[in-house]
Design a protein around this ligand. Structure first.
Ligand code: SF4
Ligand code: SF4
Ligand code: SF4
Length: 251
């Protein structure tokens, strides 16, 4: 059976999600057995001319050059996958949307800013149609593999649509609020198996807002612990600044 021609690309990002794939250990063998890797700058030097069956695109669109590059990849790919938070919600790159872009350019590049045109950060689906999404900063390889298998089977991947707290409870973690620490798990989309909390950290909301967040429950928790809503909203904006106007959420 012909393995699908598959490529990886990056726009504005730290390339940590691609690194997750490269570092997948034995699972990397499973991945390369499933697909024909034809372009993947972080792992190989070959380039591919022509079309792809599957294109994974990491990173967000932060200038018009990236938008043009993404449209070209979209034209060449049968299936386009947003890989990681930068691609799926705009991720940390979206934080610049809170500031005046000319001022951002002046602070970061000084006199050289004319060489680095910038634009409002957008997630991939805000520029081109996206067929599949792998959430997370960085992506989790088990979910990446699950999405890949759905792509190869021609079926949709259903992103878990409940809060990270549901996974955290199943993992029997002590809730961080009970330790006086703010955590975004109650309003964040699950699917990472409460990865950060399991490893002694808080949830930063990297997978985006769950579609039906329990706002009342979250407010009760905040009130009980003397935490302001504004504090939580500000923290949520670290990854979710590119959400669509009027919906309150990204993809
Ligand atoms: S989602 Fe996170 S790990 Fe992945 S490229 Fe963006 S910043 Fe890096
Ligand atoms: S708030 Fe955070 S620590 Fe508490 S249950 Fe939810 S995910 Fe776990
Ligand atoms: S626990 Fe929260 S911040 Fe960590 S990977 Fe899961 S959704 Fe992202």
């Amino acid at each position: 059976m012909r393995r699908p021609k598959t490529a990886f690309f990056d726009l504005s990002c730290c390339e940590g999600c691609q690194l997750q794939v490269v570092n997948a250990g034995e699972l990397l063998l499973e991945i390369v057995n499933l697909v024909d890797l034809v372009e993947f700058r972080e792992a190989m030097s070959e380039k591919h001319e022509g079309g792809f069956d599957v294109a994974f695109v990491e990173g967000s669109v932060t200038d018009e050059h990236a938008a043009a590059r993404l449209r070209e990849i979209r034209d060449r790919a049968k299936v386009l996958v947003a890989l990681g938070s930068c691609a799926s919600t705009g991720g940390v790159n979206g934080m610049k949307n809170a500031f005046d872009l000319a001022e951002v350019g002046r602070i970061v590049y000084g006199d050289g800013r004319r060489f680095f045109p910038t634009a409002t950060t957008r997630a991939l689906h805000q520029v081109v149609p996206v067929d599949y999404t792998v959430h997370g900063c960085p992506i989790a390889i088990p979910e990446f593999l699950a999405v890949l298998k759905c792509i190869l089977s021609g079926i949709p991947y259903t992103v878990p649509d409940q809060a990270v707290c549901t996974e955290c409870k199943r993992n029997e973690n002590v809730c961080l609020f009970d330790r006086g620490v703010t955590c975004l798990g109650p309003v964040t989309r699950a699917g990472c198996n409460s990865w950060c909390v399991n490893n002694g950290n808080v949830c930063y909301g990297c997978r985006g807002l769950v579609s039906n967040p329990n706002e009342k429950g979250m407010l009760q928790v905040l009130t009980a612990h003397g935490i302001s809503l504004e504090h939580v909203v500000r923290r949520m904006e670290m990854y979710n600044r590119c959400r669509e106007e009027g919906t309150g959420r990204g993809r």
